[in-house]
Design a binder for this molecule. Structure first.
Ligand code: PDD
Length: 281
């Protein structure tokens, strides 16, 4: 395997960043995960738009032009012979002597790009079964709209999920509303054809998969309600599912040990998953 690190393509096992990298010391950086399908990056433009936004919100300079970055992404995919898989891209504020405040303005941001294959058959098998989620109290900072690598609450929540035999943890805010998963957006289906997901103006990352899913839902004739939903509503829902570049649309069949609907993947989640790549770019 090959990784791209600050201008060089290196064997994955030797690829590393400096001990004084601010990504390492302060989690002072941002990232993107993009699906690779048939050797192509799915929704690359949207992912790079969101990367620009994350960088802008944190006052981190773009590490290179959009065209150059796009070329690096494609080259990493090519060098790793990835047809179906994932690209990971991380930009940090760079390397400087440890000091919380920003380093000198001429400090170059660090950039790392890796790619790996995924087992599509295993993913499909999982989607046929559906996954379990648990709920945990929301304890993240309010700027979760930024795709930052500061993911400690997400890491702890995901570990709790894993220990409970679940795939995802849904954060629940102080008012009892689900925000999103540790690495996915959260959705429920009510009244058979109405899809409910939290608005992206507070408490969640504006998922690319979420945006595309709106288009798929419209095409399939579903009603989409962008509003917060409670855990109780999710328990009473016909269906639930999660969305992310890593899992696309994944049916949720259990929440905190209670089956959702009939306890098997529902028709809406299945249809969205099936049609998703007809609408992604
Ligand atoms: N996670 N919410 C959170 C907190 C996420 O970390 C992610 C993505 C999403 C979904 O966004 P998108 O549809 O653009 O992938 C929502 C990535 C995949 C990860 O951390 O692995």
């Amino acid at each position: 395997r090959i990784a791209y690190v600050n201008g060089r393509y290196l064997p994955h096992r030797d690829a590393s960043v400096h001990v004084e990298d601010r990504g390492y010391q302060f989690a002072d950086g941002v990232y993107e995960v993009c699906e690779v399908l048939g050797g192509r990056l799915v929704d690359e433009r949207r992912h790079l738009d969101r990367l620009d936004r994350s960088l802008h919100e944190l006052f981190i300079a773009a590490p290179m032009s959009r065209a150059a970055l796009s070329a690096v992404l494609r080259e990493v995919v090519r060098r790793n012979h990835v047809r179906n898989g994932m690209v990971y891209l991380q930009v940090s504020r760079g390397v400087a002597r440890r000091d919380h405040a920003f380093p000198a303005p001429d400090t170059a941001p660090s950039i790392v790009v890796t790619a790996r294959r995924t087992d599509r058959e295993a993913q499909e098998a999982l989607a046929r079964k559906g996954v379990a989620v648990i709920t945990v109290p929301e304890n993240r900072w309010p700027r979760v709209d930024i795709k930052s690598v500061s993911l400690l609450p997400n890491v702890l929540a995901k570990q709790l999920a894993k220990e409970a035999g679940a795939r995802e943890a849904w954060f629940v805010d102080a008012d009892g509303y689900v925000t999103e998963g540790a690495s996915t957006n959260a959705w429920i289906v009510t009244a058979g054809r109405t899809i409910v997901t939290r608005p992206a103006d507070s408490g969640i990352l504006r998922g690319i998969t979420r945006t595309v899913a709106f288009e798929v839902a419209a095409d399939l004739g579903y009603t989409v309600e962008e509003r917060p939903f409670t855990v109780a509503e999710a328990h009473a829902a016909d269906e639930a599912f999660i969305s992310a570049a890593t899992t696309v649309i994944m049916p949720v069949v259990m929440i905190d040990g209670t089956p959702v609907g009939s306890g098997v993947p529902g028709p809406v989640a299945k249809a969205l998953r099936l049609k998703f790549h007809d609408f992604s770019e």
